[in-house]
Design a protein around this ligand. Structure first.
Ligand code: SAM
Length: 286
């Protein structure tokens, strides 16, 4: 049961119509207005689900700003507005955030019927540790902004999920292989939940070569494994850093602080090494 005069975000299938939930059907059937990116596409979805009477209103990247006030007024007058996108969860690399923010600002109730999203589906399939992960959406197509995002992915220790257009997938994977290193693991998920669903697993270099060898078609989401965190410093590195610091006249405490900063190890560990060096003892292991 939806609250009158409210906004409901409704996730729709990313391919397989069977993924439209029972609650999504109920909300879409009951809503006075369904705001959607493409009215023809959503009409087909609703018809396939046996829903005919609903009023559809286009809300897409190019008109969201101007359409939002009227939709808010409709909700204030008591209408329930359901928001869908062409596929998956609205607002995720899709329009809708502006309408959500406006509804919240107007004091209207906003709820969600959760469901498919390509990002969640791909990271779950990846097999990478998905307790923490990063969603990058579509990378900028060129320039400094793109270089910065790619560099951020290279440094990121959590898995990173990106959407990409089929004609760019090979070049994007090649660029990531060059910046993250060719051996970084990745997973490419294509046409998830559809007839030609494919999941490729390998290194970035392997996936880039495979994509370049064909003519990728359809919808692609890829996941880049997180970078391995820097290995802890070796005993020799800490000892060398302590020696260097003591040689410049630093006190034991100062030398420990300098070595800890340089090696990225706990100060207490460097301090123990510095004490050993000062007392002329042999340092076995920090
Ligand atoms: N809001 C949607 C969601 O929650 O998944 C994403 C919308 S975004 C405009 C569309 C992109 O999602 C596609 O270009 C593709 O990268 C990814 N995508 C959508 N459906 C997919 C599918 N079935 N398999 C793989 N990726 C998909």
């Amino acid at each position: 049961m939806t609250q009158p005069g409210s906004l409901v975000l409704v996730a729709t299938p990313i391919g397989n119509l069977g993924d439209l939930s029972a609650r999504a059907l109920e909300v879409l059937g009951d809503a006075e207005v369904v705001a959607c990116e493409d009215t023809r596409r959503t009409r087909r979805l609703l018809s396939a689900a046996g829903i005919r009477a609903t009023r559809l209103e286009a809300l897409h990247a190019h008109n969201e700003r101007e359409r939002t006030p009227a939709l808010v007024r409709a909700m204030e007058a008591g209408a329930t507005v359901a928001l869908v996108s062409d596929a998956g969860t609205p607002t995720i690399s899709d329009p809708g955030s502006r309408l959500v923010a406006a509804a919240v600002a107007a004091g209207l109730a906003v709820s969600v019927v959760p469901g498919p999203s390509a990002a969640v589906a791909a990271v779950a399939l990846s097999g990478f540790n998905a307790n923490r992960w990063v969603f990058e959406g579509f990378l900028p197509t060129r320039g400094r902004e793109r270089r910065e995002r790619v560099a951020a992915i290279a440094a990121e220790t959590r898995p990173v999920v990106c959407y990409e257009a089929p004609h760019r997938i090979a070049s994007t994977l090649a660029e990531l292989a060059a910046v993250c290193g060719p051996e970084r693991a990745a997973v490419l998920a294509r046409e998830l939940t559809k007839l030609h669903e494919e999941v490729w697993r390998g290194t970035l270099a392997e996936l880039a070569a495979r994509a370049a060898a064909g003519e990728p078609r359809g919808e692609h989401t890829f996941v880049v494994a997180g970078a391995s965190p820097d290995p802890p410093p070796s005993a020799e590195e800490i000892l060398a850093a302590v020696h260097d610091a003591l040689a410049t006249g630093s006190s034991t405490r100062e030398a420990a602080a300098i070595a800890a900063r340089r090696c990225g190890c706990p100060r207490a560990v460097a301090y123990r090494v510095a004490l050993e060096v000062r007392s002329g003892g042999s340092v076995v292991s920090p």
